[in-house]
Design a protein around this ligand. Sequence first.
Ligand code: GCW
Length: 839
Amino acid sequence: MKYLLSGLLLSMLLPASPAAAETGYSAWLRYVPIENQITRRSYDGMPASISALGNSAVIQAAQRELVLGVRGMLGKTLRTEGRPSNESTIILGTLDSVNQLDPTLFFSGNLGDDGYLIERVTLNGHPSILVAAASDRGVLYGVFALLRKIGLGKPISEIDERQIPFAPIRMLNHWDNLDGTIERGYAGASIFFEKNNVVTDLSRVRDYARLMASVGINACSINNVNANTRVITTEFLTQLVRVAEVFRDWGVRLFVSIDFSSPQKIGGLGTFDPLDQGVAKWWKTKADEIYRLIPDFGGFVLKADSEGRLGPSAYGRTHADAANVIARALKPHSGLIFYRGFVYDHHMDWRNLKNDRARAAYDNLQSLDGRFDDNVVLQIKHGPIDFQVREPASPLFGALERTNQAIELQITQEYTGQQRHLCFLVPMWKEVLDFDMQAKGSGTPVKDLVSGRTFNHSGGGFVAVSNVGRDQSWLGLLAIANLYGFGRLAWNPNLTSWQIAEEWTRMSFNGDPRVVKTIVQMQLRSWPAYEKYTGPLGAGTLTDIINIHYGPAVESSERNGWGQWHRADERGIGMDRTMATGTGFTGQYRGPVARMYESAETCPDELLLFMHHLPYTHVLRSGKTIIQHIYDTHYEGAEEANQLVRQWESIKGLVDAQRYEEVLNRLEYQAGHAQVWRDAVCNWFLRMSGIPDLKKRAGTFPGRVEAESMKLEGYQIEEVQPWEAASGSKAIKCIGPGGRCSASFPHTVKPGRYDVDIQYFDQNNGASRFKVFVSGRLVAEWVADNVLPTNKMDAHSSTRRRIRGLTLRPRDEIRIEGVPNGGEGAPIDYIEIHSSRRR
Ligand code: GCW
């Protein structure tokens, strides 16, 4: 009795099932109990065992996953049997093995390499569930699909389905450097490499491979396309073997990015000329060596003649020569080479109005159509520039008839807010994938061209740059929806954005209708909002182009060779890419598409400034002038970013507290930074055009007190660069003795409750401390320790701290105290005070 009691006591003290901390690590594979009792009960009669036909690593992974998922979601522990005994069972196996088991179950249709079927069948008189596919990998995908159905609350009567993926290539790229850093990675260090080696503990890589498999991704390149030659040295290959093993269990083929000069740099040859016999032999020997170690190695990704990378131009050879010499080495092993279409000259003369980076992919590669071997895949970025918030589909998609191609998308949010801003990219990707290139008359959307449907190729598909990192949530708690979305679209680009967002939300959070509706809407509104407060009408980026690609810096794209010009001046904005008077880019599209873009009358507004240089007074279809559109959208977009915060707050208590708080912090940060964008862009265009905002917002900031106009103790006034990055182009920086400064001013308006925004700069070279006092009373304090990508006062570091609902009386003194740290001088831009009622 005594023991029983203490046991009982213990179980009362411990939570019944300790909820795992919700860090986002499990992403959409949380397998939490299904709450809907009707759904749950529909599985009461589900078989109690699994019969796996075959014991490959992939089949075993599928079996383990099924046990895990069913236990988590339905609370049943499935037994695992070798072969079916005399009972209901879930059969996992290839079509061949199912046929051997029971020819009446034989499915004669085509499931392709990776397709699957889920069917309720009768085996030896017992109701059973069949998950079958042509390959083990297909069986794994079938299991994940079955678990997804359960997770989405489908009853057992609705689980039957047959699916074939849209294209064979469904691949992720990573830009991880061997030292563990990630080029354009925004979620921590590499999961693959550290200190110039493959990581010792590969458990994270294993978990990542499982995430990939769960959405049907079957290939992954793990190192930066700006490749280190060392990656295919004999010494490093033995390390890659370990990654390949981990991937193999989940049906993912390992690829690596290579340096085209490898035969010379690591092979010791005098040349890397692709037409040199010795070079061809070197690649062959290298491929043979790799395949001896990794028999299912996928192949290579190659960035050549781009952004300083060496390529065939060094010897006057073509990209086909370069791709084919490597393709021929891989061919006997069924390996592929992804040759990147991102080839351009980054030293172009900006003064020449006929120069145009957007032309580069087509100009460099279109004439080589038909000259690439069949295991070459041309990997083409979705737009002609570089992952901007709005671009037309690359004309190259419609211009290749005899070349395998894959579209390259970007999950890592390089130009779309670097994961600190919510920007769900599936709707943007779908616009490109659904765009009709009119490559063979109408009805040739990009998805059909890249999958090979239009011109009957077999080897195309979908690639995305993922750049997950070691952060617990891989990419960010909401940002990871882009990874899920890419996988789902690569499997089936006909899914709608809503469907994808809904699936992701239900599995990543829960099925409460308020949660689903709110998060789905937030996701779907996020890209349009981001576009509004950053880049207008397809003009191209207004961010700092030279380096960071994050906050606003309107002129940084101009007067340099990078070619991301928007050509905004006193009179107008946009690149003239027409055939009539511009760069001729529009002529790279097929007839009807070219004609649509060529005329400002027919060019869609959202791409108008991509194709045309127009005066600010040009009237859009909406009836607004371009300049008024710029003002309006920037104010609307910033307001929509504020709305995101409020939408999220409306589901407080309906999602777990840990993720709620983390997401809230990020959204609040985003709303503040959206305002930085709004002000910088509006101020810049106002000054440049001299045309006022009809709604009198741009340039006037009610409730704003510039820091430089406050009473300063220790703080000094400094100019900020670029000027539009700070309100009034100045800010204050603490250089006072004792490392403590203050700025104060009297509050003069009527008594009431106010929200007080402090705009400061949170650099990455220090963690300054701030305190805010109202007539001597401390009302807020914080440390500026966010990790933003700059060590300067600029638009990347400009950050808003909002103190809500503060009671203020006239003549209250508002004082901010700043304590610098490291290289960061507790810098402040301004304070803005608004009545709380307004919000
Ligand atoms: O957008 C640019 C990025 C580079 C990247 C390059 C590419 C890996 O700014 O960081 O290099 O594209 O796609 O090769």
